[in-house]
Ligand binder design. Structure first.
Ligand code: G3P
Ligand code: CA
Length: 275
């Protein structure tokens, strides 16, 4: 399959510019916007008192100085934690050398827990179009509450009912087809991305769950199964790939006509794409 040599790939900052700043913090998202990212990716979880916060892991142990499951903590408990200092510690990518990231004076205060509401405010004030790719984490354990809260919040920002999926500034992503169906049932014009870590035999024909327009395969799937990507494209699906950090993978995505690259390094990826 041939593609226009310079089709525009959307560059999505995975957990913010998470190579340069602690993931899922305001500092990481501000950096991504500064770097010129087209969109921001975030994972959302519900706190014990029903707030949506941007945290990847089930527990806060890796990315903060606290312990425990997000779902067992209230927002005030999370707000008391430091979600920035871990990146200076030995856990940071297992590297021996000193990490490059330091809290810039202007970022002080930007490394506490980030609510989705605050992230939506940041995007609204960005001064240019910045899209959001929101991933629902472990949605089944909450029996619809994650999606319900998410849609209520999007409604408050006027983002829940775009005229068409193509015009939407927000898309919802999940490894759970059930979660995407819940969102689509309540908000039929919001784009949905079905995330795939591995290519199971039932998906090989390049079809996605009903109503889902976008596939979100891992870069490993893209490297190992380029014919699958072509099948998805032939079936009219967009393809958004995660997590693309290496220059040769950026080139592969360009070659295969991928629509969006989700990366920890939006700045270098944009430079690789000549932007
Ligand atoms: O963008 C999709 C990707 O973030 C899925 O994996 O574990 O980083 O949430 P994970
Ligand atoms: Ca994610």
């Amino acid at each position: 399959m041939t593609h226009a040599p310079h089709h525009r790939i959307q560059v999505v900052a995975h957990r913010g510019a998470s190579e340069d700043a602690p993931e899922h913090t305001l500092a990481a998202y501000k950096k991504a916007i500064e770097d010129g990212a087209d969109a921001l990716e975030c994972d959302v979880r519900l706190t014990a008192d029903g707030h949506l916060v941007c945290v990847h892991d089930r527990r806060v142990n890796r990315t903060s100085n606290g312990r425990g499951a997000v779902s067992a903590l209230e927002l005030a408990d999370l707000a008391a934690l430091d979600f920035g200092s871990w990146k200076k510690g030995p856990a940071w990518r297992g590297r021996d050398e000193e990490p490059e990231w330091e809290v810039r004076p202007e970022d002080r205060g930007d490394t506490s827990v980030l609510t989705l509401e605050r992230l939506l405010e940041l995007v609204a004030d960005a001064g240019r179009r910045v899209e959001l790719a929101i991933e629902t984490k472990h949605p089944t354990r909450w029996a619809g509450q994650v999606e319900e809260r998410l849609l209520l919040l999007l409604k408050r920002f006027g983002l829940d009912s775009p005229a068409t999926p193509a015009e939407s500034r927000v898309r919802v992503m999940s490894f759970s087809a059930r979660s995407l169906h819940r969102v689509r049932a309540a908000a039929p014009t919001l784009p949905a991305v079905y995330l795939l870590q591995f290519l199971s035999p039932r998906l090989r024909d390049g079809r996605l769950p009903a109503g889902v327009g976008i596939a979100g395969p891992s870069i490993r799937i893209v490297r190992n199964h380029p014919a699958y990507i072509e099948r998805l494209k032939r079936n009219g699906h967009q393809v958004h790939v995660w997590t693309v950090n290496e220059p040769e993978d950026v080139d592969l995505c360009l070659e295969l006509g991928i629509d969006a690259i989700i990366t920890n390094r939006p700045g270098p990826v944009l430079r690789r794409l000549g932007r």
